[in-house]
Ligand binder design. Sequence first.
Ligand code: SF4
Length: 349
Amino acid sequence: MQKSACDSRPNLCGHTPVELAELFRERGEASWRSDQVFQWIHKKQIFDFGEMSNLGKGLREQLAGEFATMDLVAVRHAVSRISDCEKFLFRLSDGEHIESVWMDFGDRQTLCVSSQVGCAMGCSFCATATMGLKRHLQADEILQQVLYVQSLPGKDLRNIVFMGMGEPLHNFDEVDRAVRLLNDPLGMAIGARRITVSTSGLVPQIRRLADEGVPCRLAVSLNAVNDPLRGELMPINRKWGLDELFDACRYWTDKRKDRVTFEYILMDGVNDAEEDLKGLRSRLSRLPCKLNLIYYNPTDRGYRSSETRVYDRFFEALRNSPFAVTLRQNMGTDISAACGQLLVEESRG
Ligand code: SF4
């Protein structure tokens, strides 16, 4: 399921330095020219070949005729008035749309990127799920979200999280390529500890991510600690239940010597009871991990966020556990910052 039809020029943002060198060699250009182009795009966020001043005029014109660098168009940019959060709605070259969310947590600017147009996972609380899966993003389309935001005044991205539209591990190869490009020392050089790939629980792909040394950390969107409830909220759980999921997480922690981050959105009357709290403590105490309690940004899917006092109760009750707990501050409720929300609203006009 790849992008189709109206692509004109191939986009260079998804090419590795090695692939660029090959492309330049084929054109009779010195291969070190490719490093210059890679650095213009990835390190300096210069997308116009005409501005790549250390390339000859002829080469600049040739590249501009054959290749694109930035073909995302920001069609909407919403800035929160209540938190350091901005949301971008991008149009892709084939007319599809995706979202990215920028957040400033004080010590680190983070961009949450999309990995697919829509999503096939069908989580019952998620706005993106209502779209179904339209297509996977290519690596260049993932990279462009980062490069576009990084090029804006005042933006200095330190963290990238794959928690936007889509299930990243369902689009494994392109996400893998994008992560390696973000990590490349010639480009943005974002360290493996600053790139987080989040999954709803695709068990074989968690093991593959561990085996293939993809330079990232792992997050799991958990949201329930018993199989019937998790199966209701996240249908993927009917395929791979909690025991299999936690086995895969254990495989990750053993292989990568890194903890897993579990994300838990507290929803009123759904997953915020005393037995949920006990289940969380019991499950998460068994492996190196961290828990993020996340506020639910309301959608029209019939769920409500738990009250603040419930978040506080979970936080207080869990903070002396063997695992770390954080309470993620509420970001962007005024700009529809939940994954897929802006796009779903936009499509309704
Ligand atoms: S929560 Fe994530 S995995 Fe689930 S449907 Fe939404 S985008 Fe897909």
